[in-house]
Write a protein that binds this ligand. Structure first.
Ligand code: COA
Ligand code: AMP
Length: 631
């Protein structure tokens, strides 16, 4: 098997055209491509240029018409409402075709954008696939973002229609999505023509006559819409993710490369067969949800699980094992933080014993660095391979992973193992030189990146070039730092930019700082991520007040916490802020974030030679102590 991996890997780099053309034969094309790869397209090459297809056809119709009509395509499991419901390929295709009819009747055409702001209900998947059916571009916005963030995405993507629901349910709390949406539209410059609202039983939202439409009423009076062929290079979706500034980056995914790559990963990385049950316990608002709740499993003819619940508290730390047993899940994907949450509540794994996991083959983890302890615990308790794999919203699928379909299980604690076929990964020094084995540097991918990786940023071609391709020409800069050890295993250590990772969610400290500095009493601030046993990292804000500040220190700290919740959303998990007299800086004025983080994490640190005022760290230490750090 190791030989097989080596052969496949080598071929993917030596003959990318032949390699991906073979994989593309697994997709139904309405028009064959003229060129597998257009390397002239700069800075990112384009795949399957001239080809046409429909992603929804490949995900639903070909299975519904080709022998899987009665197989479950989607199982909705919602412990928060007590509902479990299964949709066959034929049922899901019919629903999607009808909703595509609804969107078309409301003016949505190929290339138009549709924002999907929904909880984890089947209608979210139906809306995404209906856009794909029409060749419209969906942009799913995670429910934990505040109206402000939703408004920023509305303004950037300029949707014709927004699809939403009356509410979401966070364990026992009802979140009124519709009022958040109303506020976002009020804040946004761009106004969608229509909002289509799915009314859930717990809350019925008020509909604004003329603009808002009821999902059920629309579905009752529509006709199914056929699949519209699109160019392989046309956008399938935009997914916003955090960058260095408060302005989120709209990651674009194309249709052709995406379908080819994701379908290929199902066997090669996840080692699953069509007809088996695949479950990504993520949210449709994140890239994992796009790739592995919706597109990957459906393109491959698997049954996918849509889980509206949490790893703990819905109702207990056995919830994941219950879902695996109830639905016969073969392969599961989640974030390490979810496993840590389960372990905290059920350290001995007592709840696992109550469930029949005999069909369960493997657990994949991603979204943040996986600490060896968490991986070891899961492996020991579950008795199946537990695979850490590394990827990003930008790449759409794994850059580094143990590929269970073409190589034996390899466990290297702290490492997601080796680059996946298609990815030519390098570790580079500041001058663009390849660093020797074991030395930490910038993790970069030699171009061309394989199909499925992002071809651009929405409305921001220059930012695309500047952010990802300018420091190391000819390479994609991942913004992760790491090293490759002497056995060729990759160790991903930390971000090189201002992004922190909170419970598997990517957050920009710059965006948080923009909110903090908008407080009238704040002169300057710094936000950084400190270690957290559950969430991996959590943000802490340090505030310096203006002379003559009106409010006292504690009041300002609670003001900014409330402001972040209001403007960015609860997902930021911003609950710690403290006022200090000054921020530690270098003589050139750069805030010494890394040293503050070390103090907070209780790690050894040395006084930076460049610090302008060594005394300041004593005050930072005291401030952290008031917040309970180091823990
Ligand atoms: N809509 C509205 N609010 C949401 C939300 C949504 N879709 N998702 C999360 N929130 C809120 C939560 O209710 C919480 O609010 P609170 O501050 O009032 O408690 C806040 O956002 C933070 O949420 P979360 O990060 O989920 O923390 P938690 O403490 O509720 O749960 C975990 C902790 C570990 C159980 C949870 O983070 C988890 O399941 N993580 C897995 C992450 C994941 O799947 N990542 C995808 C990449 S694979
Ligand atoms: P996102 O784009 O939200 O999926 O976040 C991507 C970032 O999460 C990466 O750039 C890494 O910093 C981090 N990440 C994801 N998976 C891993 C992993 N397996 N190991 C280390 N870091 C990871």
């Amino acid at each position: 098997m190791t030989d097989l991996f080596d052969t496949v890997y080598r071929r993917s780099l030596e003959d990318p055209r032949g390699f991906w053309a073979e994989a593309a034969a697994d997709i139904v094309w309405t028009k064959p491509w003229d060129a597998v790869l257009d390397e002239e397209a700069s800075p990112a090459p384009r795949w399957f240029v001239g080809g046409e297809l429909n992603t929804c056809y490949n995900a639903l119709d070909r299975h519904a018409d080709g022998g899987r009509a009665d197989q479950a395509a989607l199982i909705y499991d919602s412990p928060v409402t007590g509902v479990t419901k299964s949709f066959t390929y034929s049922e899901l295709r019919d629903l999607v075709a009808r909703f595509a009819g609804v969107l078309a009747r409301r003016g949505v055409e190929k290339g138009d954008r549709v924002i999907v702001y929904m909880p984890m209900i089947p209608e979210a998947v139906v809306a995404m696939l209906a856009c794909a059916r029409l060749g419209a571009v969906h942009s799913v916005v995670f429910g934990g973002f505040a109206s402000n963030e939703l408004a920023a995405r509305i303004d950037d993507s300029e949707p014709k229609v927004v699809v939403s629901a009356s509410c979401g349910i966070e364990t026992a709390r009802v979140i009124e999505y519709k009022s958040l949406l109303d506020k976002a539209i009020e804040l946004a410059r761009h106004k969608p023509t229509h909002c289509i609202i799915f009314q859930r039983e717990m809350v019925k939202a008020d509909l604004q006559p003329g603009r808002d439409l009821d999902w059920e009423e629309e579905m009752a009076s529509t006709t199914p819409h056929p699949c519209v062929p699109v160019a392989a290079t046309d956008p399938l979706y935009i997914l916003y993710t955090s960058g260095t500034t408060g302005q989120p980056k709209g990651i674009v995914r194309d249709n052709g490369g995406h379908a080819v790559a994701l379908k290929w990963t199902m066997k090669h990385i996840y080692n699953i067969e069509p007809g088996q049950v695949y479950w990504a316990a993520s949210d449709v608002g994140w890239v994992v949800g796009h790739s592995y709740i919706v597109y990957g499993p459906l393109l491959y003819g698997c049954t996918t699980v849509l889980y509206e619940g949490k790893p703990v508290g819905t109702p207990d730390a056995g919830a994941f094992w219950r879902v695996i047993a109830d639905h016969g899940v073969s392969c599961m994907f989640t974030a390490p933080t979810a496993i840590r949450a389960i372990r905290q509540q059920d350290p001995e794994g007592a709840l696992i014993a109550g469930y029949d996991l005999s069909q369960f083959d493997s657990l994949f983890l991603a979204g943040e660095r996986c600490d060896p302890d968490t991986l070891g615990w899961a492996q020991h308790m579950l008795g199946v391979p537990v695979i850490d794999h590394w990827w990003q919203t930008e790449t759409g699928w794994a850059i580094v992973s143990n590929c269970l379909g073409i190589e034996p299980l390899t466990v290297v604690p702290g490492s997601p193992t080796r680059p996946v076929p298609g990815w030519d990964l390098r570790v580079m020094g500041p001058d663009g030189e390849d660093l020797p084995t074991g030395e930490t540097g910038a993790l970069c991918v030699k171009l061309p990146m394989p199909p499925g990786a992002f071809p651009t940023l929405w409305n921001a071609e220059q930012r695309f070039t500047d952010t990802y391709f300018s420091t190391y020409p000819g390479f994609y800069e991942t913004a992760d730092a790491g090293f490759i050890d002497e056995d060729g295993y990759v160790h991903v250590m930390a971000r090189t930019d201002d992004v922190i990772n909170v419970a598997g969610h990517r957050l920009s400290t710059g965006a948080l700082e923009e909110v903090l500095t908008s407080h009238p009493d704040v002169a300057e601030c710094a936000v950084l991520g400190v270690a957290d046993v559950l969430k991996g990292q959590i943000p802490v804000g340090f505030l310096v007040l203006k002379a003559g500040a009106e409010r006292d220190k504690k009041a300002v700290a609670s003001d900014v916490i409330a402001m972040v919740r209001e403007r960015i959303g609860p997902v930021a998990a911003f609950k710690l802020a403290v006022v200090v007299a000054r921020l530690p800086k270098t003589r050139s004025g750069k805030i010494l974030r890394a040293t503050i983080a070390k103090i907070a994490d209780g790690k050894s640190w040395t006084m930076p030679a460049t610090v302008d005022d060594p005394e300041i760290f004593a005050e930072i230490g005291a401030a952290l102590e008031t917040l309970g750090y180091p823990r």
